[in-house]
Write a protein that binds this ligand. Sequence first.
Ligand SMILES: Cc1cc2nc3c(=O)[nH]c(=O)nc-3n(C[C@H](O)[C@H](O)[C@H](O)COP(=O)(O)OP(=O)(O)OC[C@H]3O[C@@H](n4cnc5c(N)ncnc54)[C@H](O)[C@@H]3O)c2cc1C
Length: 404
Amino acid sequence: MVKRRRIAVLGAGIMGSATALFVARDGAEVVLYDAAAEPFTGASRWNEGKIHLGFLYAGDPSLRTARRILPGGLAFRPLVEELIGDRLEGITETEDLVLMHRESVVSLDSARTYFESLGNLIRSHPAAADYLVDVSNAPMRELAPTELEAVADPEFVTGGFTVPERSVSTRWVADRLVAALSAEPGIELRTSTRVLGVRSDDPSLRGRLVVITDSGEDGPFDHVVNALWEGRPRIDSTVGITQKDEWSYRYRLALFIRTGRPVDVPSAVVCTGPFGDIKNYNGRDFYVSWYPTGLLAVGTDLDPPPVPLPNPTERDEIIGEVFAQLGQVIPSVGEIFEHAEEVRLEGGWVYAVGSGDLGDPESTLHRRDRIGIKRTGSYFSVDTGKYSIAPWLARRVADSISRE
Ligand SMILES: Cc1cc2nc3c(=O)[nH]c(=O)nc-3n(C[C@H](O)[C@H](O)[C@H](O)COP(=O)(O)OP(=O)(O)OC[C@H]3O[C@@H](n4cnc5c(N)ncnc54)[C@H](O)[C@@H]3O)c2cc1C
């Protein structure tokens, strides 16, 4: 009888959960660890769900970031549908508006040139029809001055575009993937278990590996996949892997709102820099953020910094400030606030190779091309980089494991 391989997957966000599902369905036994009491409690449940085509990365005119993230964005829908065994719902109904802020780190002319090149790249991609909606013929259109004034205050905004980018409701996706995990017999879910390190007898990590947790040691495993996001660098360091380039952690909060009645406010992002955005998923469910107000902690050490979580009064102040700041640029956001039935202030970590302030054109955070999978022997470490590319990275990790 062929012995099934045992794989440890560390972290049950979208990266670890998608990896665990693919690897288990390929025939391995998987132990999936998370420190939280259930999967999907962090960034993968509480983000805006933009399935990136590259429009946010006009600060990297080389298109390296766009080329890096585009295949994962185009593959998101088919891979998630395979994982949940159902059609993907919760997709924003209209195209995004990209509004260029006066203090943008990218000029309107540079953005126009970048978007045109990016549009060509997207339309000519063989998988363009697989995106959340078919983008193989998707136009990118500059807003006429009257159209722009109808959505944004010209005091703050120099121009705008409609772009074919969409978002998904990350809560919808999280609930479906959690259900898929529970239904998968090949996955043992070990929640409320903090991973402290990984051990190997072989310095090149070629042999079998042991996972050290706060409740003891497990293993040996044929492979370990580190998908711990904010916890990843610490665990990598226990097997001697360090990130050469500088990195940063940011803890971000945003608003997840349900309105009592449909509200007609567009999905729009204010670019490029430390601004904000609105996602309108279905007329009643919204994501609203103002980056500087929601940014609670920044750190550049091996471990993320402590987060000064706000008390109820501070939470109300943050909510009011997000609407006040974003409302100056996009006045109609006030309608969401006016009709809000439920307002949740939630968020998570962003880990990124790169540093600096998003308001600084020289910040290396404007490029995100150094993300993805690093393998050392039997050990994989995955910098998810973006929610949108996680299922695609997970499929690639699973393929590497299955090929052996
Ligand atoms: C406000 C906000 C908006 C964003 N918007 C977008 C967007 O529109 N589009 C996009 O593509 N990306 C977006 N992102 C980024 C995106 O959320 C992340 O890239 C993605 O969710 C990371 O997924 P993950 O599975 O790697 O990490 P996570 O979902 O954070 O999962 C990691 C898991 O590891 C667990 N863990 C950590 N350390 C340990 C440990 N030592 N032991 C055990 N468990 C541990 C955590 O509990 C967590 O469950 C946004 C992020 C934020 C915060």
